[in-house]
Design a binder for this molecule. Structure first.
Ligand code: ATP
Ligand code: MG
Length: 507
């Protein structure tokens, strides 16, 4: 049933100030039903803040949110839901110890029990199952959330928002932890919602996906509204220019010298149901790419190498010696191996701690001065260096990491391991949720680590252009196994040739 009621959602002159930052500055924008509207901008531009204001999670310092011209009374998220507005948040916000169904139906469970209504669990579970099915998850609603992968958690958040049947649904970077296949099925779902006259607001850093999915695009830069354009009339270059205020620079990394020193050798490493008989060597100064679809077993393999998870059989050698790595401290302190987790929020960072503390924590030893006391000047200089180098957008060194935007938190987590001075760095999906400019920074940092500092890097990435432009060698994994390897030292193949070869290994 189509209805014109609640046809436009509008923000008028919204300003939001956090300590030290004007996150939004007099932003006015309109969203319509029956339309997929992209919201783009660099990390820290104010996208999530705007969405949180419209969904009652934050209160603006000035301005209004209106539906069909009428201002809404938004005190909390429940108010937004009562106006038919819902959000799939950028952060995973599920209760790990609860079941999928409990998480999905939480708001309703709270409401029902408040009125003393008897809960029909069979109905709740059946309802949850219906929405799980809609997002393509074949999971029992009775399963606990803490057992699931990042992608599965994200899909559950999406199913949860869909189950509210709200007229307006906001998606804040929903595809950052999804495979291409999962993302495509999400896009089909979003197109269907559009046909059913929902209004969709879609935040993403992936320009290609925005251009193929969305009708309109609005850009924020430094908390200010720049412009809204029709997606039909706009190119990738136009969007980048709107976001960063200048033309995009394209990187072209050069060729590599092959070094025969083996710094890490993995022999027949297996863990049942996670990875199977994995053997490879990593050379000094090399960037070794691990490509595969999410779920191929790459993260599990990386975690086993650094001792964060166990393995059933196989051996690991660091610089020729058999390594007994029991945990990540061992990996770092005894063997100089660091792991930048794909799951930065849950295990990479201590969110209430400052940017500086997070960056320097694993490497405090290096900042001891005379008498064993910490040399605070050296510490803050080092942090400043990484903030500059990675262009971390923060009001200061002492700012709590939890107040930074998603992409900037990611950069802090990378800075932390760079500061720790590892010789071997395993970096898992380093640029998920990172804007175009910052992505380029991170690529340059990785390149510099290998080429100029002689460090060895394992780069796990599902981003084909990223891995092709950076890696010296690519190992392709599928279904827990290595399917093949490609040498890119000479850069004598075109992007199309390499991507075709990779593709043929995983289909
Ligand atoms: N709770 C908070 N406390 C203090 N500052 C905050 C808070 N939330 C956001 N900010 C600041 O507001 C600005 C905008 O952040 P926001 O999360 O809206 O960015 P974003 O556009 O969503 O970025 P990203 O692409 O990285 O997700 C940033 O400078 C951020 O540090
Ligand atoms: Mg955000």
């Amino acid at each position: 049933m189509q209805t014109t009621e609640g046809h436009t959602l509008e923000v008028r002159n919204i300003t939001k100030i956090f300590p030290g930052v004007r996150a939004l500055n007099d932003v006015s924008l309109k969203f319509s039903r029956g339309e997929i509207h992209a919201l783009m901008g660099e990390n820290g531009a104010g996208k999530s803040t705007l969405l949180k204001i419209i969904t009652g999670i934050y209160k603006p310092d000035d301005g209004q949110v209106c539906i069909d011209g009428k201002p809404l009374k938004l005190h909390n998220f429940e108010d937004a839901v009562s106006y038919d507005i819902n959000i799939v948040n950028q952060e995973i916000q599920l209760i790990p110890e609860s079941t999928i169904a409990e998480n999905m139906m939480l708001d309703r469970i709270k409401r029902y029990s408040r009125y003393g209504i008897f809960l029909n669990w069979n109905r709740i579970n059946a309802e949850a199952e219906k929405y799980l099915d809609m997002v393509g998850l074949r999971l029992s609603p009775l399963e606990k959330v803490n057992k699931l992968t990042a992608a599965q958690k994200q899909l559950i958040q999406i199913a949860k928002a869909l189950s509210s049947k709200s007229k307006y649904i906001f998606f804040d970077e929903p595809t950052s932890s999804l495979t291409q296949y999962e993302a495509e099925s999400l896009f089909r779902l979003i197109r269907k919602l559009k046909e059913e006259n929902h209004g969709i607001i879609f935040v993403s850093h992936k320009i290609e996906e925005v251009l193929s999915l969305c009708d309109k695009i609005s850009v924020l830069r430094d908390g200010k509204y720049i412009r809204t354009e029709d997606c039909k009339n706009i190119t990738r270059q136009d969007i980048v220019k709107m976001m960063i205020g200048r033309e995009e620079e394209i990187d072209n990394f050069g060729t590599f010298d092959r070094n025969d020193d083996v710094v890490l050798r993995v022999e027949h490493l297996s863990r049942r149901e996670f990875f199977d008989d994995i053997s490879f060597e990593l050379h000094r100064g090399e960037i070794l790419g691990f490509y595969g679809l999410i779920g191929a077993g790459r993260t599990e393999l990386a975690r086993a190498i650094v001792g964060a998870d166990r393995h059933d059989s196989g051996k690991i050698y660091v610089n020729g010696c058999l390594a007994e790595i029991r945990n990540m401290q061992d990996a770092l302190n005894k063997y100089g191996v660091g792991y930048v987790s794909e799951n930065r929020k849950e295990e990479g960072l201590i969110l209430p701690f400052s940017v500086s503390d997070n960056i320097t924590m694993p490497s405090l030893k290096q900042y001891r001065g005379a008498g064993g006391l910490l040399d605070l000047k050296k510490l803050s200089d080092a942090s400043k260096g990484y903030i500059e180098n990675l262009r971390i957008k923060t009001p200061g060194l002492a700012t709590a990491v939890e107040t930074l935007s998603g992409g900037n938190q990611q950069k802090v987590s990378i800075g932390k391991w760079l500061a720790a001075g590892c010789d071997i760095l395993i970096i898992d999906e380093p640029t998920v949720g990172v804007d175009v400019g910052a992505k380029r920074n991170i690529h340059n940092v990785i390149w510099d680590l290998a080429k100029r500092q002689g460090k060895s890097v394992i780069l796990i990435s599902s981003d084909m252009p990223e891995i092709i432009s950076l890696a010296h060698r690519i190992i392709v994994m599928k279904d827990y196994k290595i399917m093949g390897e490609m040498l890119l030292f000479n850069r004598d193949k075109t992007y199309e040739e390499i991507s075709y070869e990779i593709g043929s290994l995983i289909v």
